[in-house]
Ligand binder design. Structure first.
Ligand SMILES: Nc1ncnc2c1ncn2[C@@H]1O[C@H](COP(=O)(O)OP(=O)(O)OP(=O)(O)O)[C@@H](O)[C@H]1O
Length: 333
């Protein structure tokens, strides 16, 4: 059996103020402060910036002055191992003035990194940057996974996949930059309860296309869930977070138990062997939840299996999803 690298379902992680407003306290704040002490902002300055006594909501804009997302330049030679380990996926990028990134707010704290909304002052455009402490990567033995995340995202070019903008390393952190999306499927689902059938069909069609595309490239995502599906300004889906993804060639099997518990296929939970079909199971869970407003209980697993098999039909878009597709094409024309 492979190693256990399992992410808890975020719905159960009430201690992490993931996408909710409210108090930012306790261990989360300590983590947040230590991250910032590493990126060159003093704790007291940060406390002042964020007014921790009146905690801000997530996705909330920072009040002026905005902090800069910069680390000390890396100029040593020979290059220490703490840097070479992360090459070439995370190059050393001296930040020129026009490239400076201003932090506009905190988006979310994931299990590996903290995501910030930033303004690229040079390009005058807003992006999301995931900041991952190098020490955490090494302590948790996820170096290979981190590099794979970036190389997979660099390889992908699909309208419904969140592609990589840039990646680089500072002295103590790795940075992964993407375009910024203001909301994700989980936030909307939490607010509306469940979606109308036509919307579920449309979302299903978009996700089927994405999974077929990834699987044709030999990539298994392994963490398909609402939190990892962002929405662009036109309401189209963008699959993100390739942190658990890996290349799996035709006929190969994986054994690592990983993903998010509620979405894990039975064969993943039991330690494998499993293949790309595990992503279809997660999609089945996701569609069930979007349509019903709740996660399936054990007795409803047949429905999930049915949804998974309807969506999974050898890279062809199932007829039942055609309505969603035509809606999509009509909207785009
Ligand atoms: N480009 C973006 N725009 C807006 N929000 C984003 C963006 N990228 C990530 N997020 C938000 O940040 C959250 C955490 O990001 P991500 O999943 O990449 O981090 P992680 O450390 O791998 O966490 P997780 O525990 O969710 O797997 C996402 O669930 C999403 O809500």
């Amino acid at each position: 059996m492979g190693t256990v690298s399992c992410r808890q379902g975020q719905h159960a992680q009430v201690a992490v103020p993931h996408k909710q407003g409210g108090n930012i306290q306790g261990p989360w704040v300590r983590g947040w402060k230590s991250l910032w002490s590493g990126v060159g902002t003093t704790r007291s300055g940060l406390e002042e910036l964020w007014r921790l006594r009146e905690p801000p909501c997530l996705h909330q804009e920072l009040r002026e002055p905005a902090a800069l997302l910069v680390e000390k330049p890396l100029s040593e030679w020979p290059v220490p191992q703490f840097i070479t380990l992360f090459l070439p996926e995370f190059p050393i990028r001296p930040l020129r003035e026009h490239q400076q990134l201003k932090i506009l707010g905190l988006v979310a704290k994931g299990s590996f990194g903290t995501v910030f909304k930033v303004l690229d002052c040079g390009r005058k455009a807003v992006f999301a940057v995931k900041v991952v402490p190098k020490v955490k990567v090494l302590q948790r033995d996820i170096l290979r996974q981190c590099k794979e995340e970036v190389s997979i995202q660099r390889q992908i070019n699909h309208p419904f996949v969140h592609s990589l903008g840039d990646s680089w390393q500072g002295k103590r952190h790795l940075f992964i930059m993407c375009s910024y999306c203001s909301t994700d499927l989980y936030s909307i689902w939490s607010a509306v309860g469940c979606f109308a059938e036509a919307s579920v069909r449309l979302f299903a069609a978009e996700l089927v296309m994405v999974l077929c595309y990834l699987h044709d490239l030999g990539i298994i995502h392994r963490d398909v869930k609402m939190e990892n599906i962002l929405l662009d300004e036109r309401g189209h889906l963008k699959l993100t977070d390739f942190g658990l993804s890996r290349h799996l060639s035709q006929g190969a099997r994986a054994y690592t138990i990983c993903g998010t518990l509620q979405y894990m296929a039975p064969e993943v939970l039991s330690g494998g062997p499993y293949n790309h079909a595990a992503d279809w199971w997660s999609l089945g869970i996701l569609l069930f939840s979007l349509a019903t407003g709740k996660f399936p209980v054990a007795a409803e697993r047949d429905h999930v299996a049915m949804l998974a098999s309807v969506t999974h039909c050898d890279s062809e878009i199932p007829a039942s999803l055609n309505q969603g597709l035509s809606l999509l094409l009509h909207e785009d024309s």
